[in-house]
Design a binder for this molecule. Structure first.
Ligand code: CA
Length: 358
């Protein structure tokens, strides 16, 4: 009798667990995502759409992502706060936009004179970057994941040519992140402006120069109509967007849906990198015919050298701020050195060879 009752209790427990698992497997979840971008924003907005589509298909409709663009939530630079507070379950934005709130967030987008996209992805997924990013976001009740890379960004549109450090003094420029701080060291007044307001700001001389992304997105905003000088980049060699997820929301999801989210975020990010390359090359192909006024420029060496030194100085100061910053700066620095040594004999060697034979 005793054995039988133990057995039947065990059977009941298994049946109950099975029923609970089944119920969980049937449960449907809808997550609200706020993105910094306007509706139908190319490339960046495609990334959230791809992610949502993949999640829905892979989960057979058990997980649905509802995307609100900036026109809906009206707070393009408020995504951090909204996801933290649980007003939205998820966000899609860029980590360095939050440096005014949490200084350590700025390290997870792109650093001036830092890693390129390949090197930085390697750092995130194999070099400890993800763990460090999580340490920064955890106290804010969020998880952060890489959310798509632009590749090397262009250095920005200037209405007058920059020939010397003097030309930069007093210049008002839209440039976010650490690069803004580096530019400030050489006399520029940096500011961050939400994407939807950039063209008007440049047109009305609220700013003298603007840095946005690269040909595909910049030409669409029309900067070429009001500025002739398009500089090559140094400031954002691998801009990574981010997915933010409210931690309590994440923890409520069953393990299989969490894994589907992880995979969907990673593939959407990879797709953004290759989409960026494709769209930029396409936009660039006809530039000479369509916008002959546009001149590609590179800052003179002395400007680069001064900014490189300023960047080093600022990084050192950032590392002294607290123990976590010190570990992030050290991790990125060490990883960049090791990874770049290999990039030098692979990608760079190949490009140099091509430059010589062509
Ligand atoms: Ca940018």
């Amino acid at each position: 009798m005793k054995i039988r009752s133990v057995l039947s209790a065990a059977v009941l427990a298994v049946a109950t667990t099975f029923a609970a698992t089944q119920a969980l497997a049937q449960e449907k979840f809808t997550l609200k995502l706020a993105e910094t971008w306007g509706p139908n924003f190319p490339i960046f907005g495609d990334t959230t759409k791809n992610f949502a589509e993949t999640v829905e298909k892979m989960s057979d409709g058990r997980l649905v992502i509802r995307i609100d663009s900036a026109n809906k939530h009206k707070a393009p630079l408020g995504v951090f706060d909204m996801v933290k507070a649980g007003q939205y379950d998820m966000g899609h934005s860029a980590s360095y936009y939050w440096k005014g709130k949490v200084p350590e967030t700025l390290f997870f987008t792109s650093m001036p004179f830092g890693m390129n996209a390949m090197e930085q992805y390697a750092w995130f997924y194999h070099g400890g970057g993800m763990e460090l990013m999580q340490e920064v976001y955890e106290p804010h009740n969020m998880l952060s994941f890489p959310g798509g890379n632009t590749g090397v960004q262009m250095g920005g549109w200037f209405r007058k040519e920059i020939k010397s450090l003097d030309d930069l003094k007093g210049l008002k420029m839209r440039i976010p992140g650490f690069a803004g701080e580096v530019f400030a060291e050489v006399g520029v007044n940096p500011t961050n402006i939400a994407p939807g307001e950039l063209y008007t700001a440049l047109e009305r001389n609220t700013i003298d120069a603007v840095e946005w992304v690269g040909p595909a997105l910049d030409l669409r905003l029309g900067f070429q109509q009001i500025a002739d000088y398009y500089y090559t980049g140094w400031h954002e060699p691998a801009t990574e967007l981010q997915f933010l997820v409210n931690k309590r929301v994440w923890e409520r999801l069953p393990a299989d849906l969490q894994e589907i989210m992880r995979v969907a975020m990673r593939t959407a990010s990879y797709d953004m990198l290759v989409h960026s390359q494709h769209a930029n090359a396409e936009a660039w192909a006809n530039i000479k015919e369509e916008h002959p006024n546009v001149q590609i420029k590179q800052f003179p060496d002395d400007i680069f050298k001064t900014m490189y030194d300023a960047n080093k100085r600022l990084l050192k100061a950032a590392a002294e701020r607290n123990e976590l910053s010190a570990r992030i700066v050290e991790s990125q620095d060490t990883y960049l050195r090791q990874s770049r040594a290999y990039t030098d004999i692979s990608e760079r060697a190949y490009l140099n060879t091509m430059a010589e034979v062509e």
